[in-house]
Design a protein around this ligand. Sequence first.
Ligand code: AMP
Length: 122
Amino acid sequence: MAKTYDPNNVFARILRGEIPCKKVMETEHALAFHDINPQAPTHILVIPKGAYVDMDDFSARATEAEIAGLVRAVGEVARGAGAAEPGYRILSNCGEDANQEVPHLHIHVFAGRRLGPMITKG
Ligand code: AMP
């Protein structure tokens, strides 16, 4: 069953221009902006413009153009941040066990320091 999208989530409001963001780049299908509470020297969020709750929802319902647009944007953001060579990490929390806070799909792009182990032990 499709997840219900909350049109008043904070990233939906950013997309509508109701609250500001520190924009990094924007394309037809994606918007990238700096995380308000950065966990690394570079911490950028890349979101689809469409109303998708998380990766589960996006991978099931998004068009090929939307999927390509989001993936291209992630690569462009990382290259633009100068992170392609030293390296970077992408992460997307999906649902409760992942502690997803904002119910609009977002890809975190972390870079700018050694990022440590992939995941902490439970
Ligand atoms: P997640 O836990 O994966 O849902 O991550 C949500 C992220 O959104 C966190 O890293 C927050 O710091 C970030 N965040 C929340 N509100 C804003 C905002 N208004 N502008 C930028 N980033 C935000």
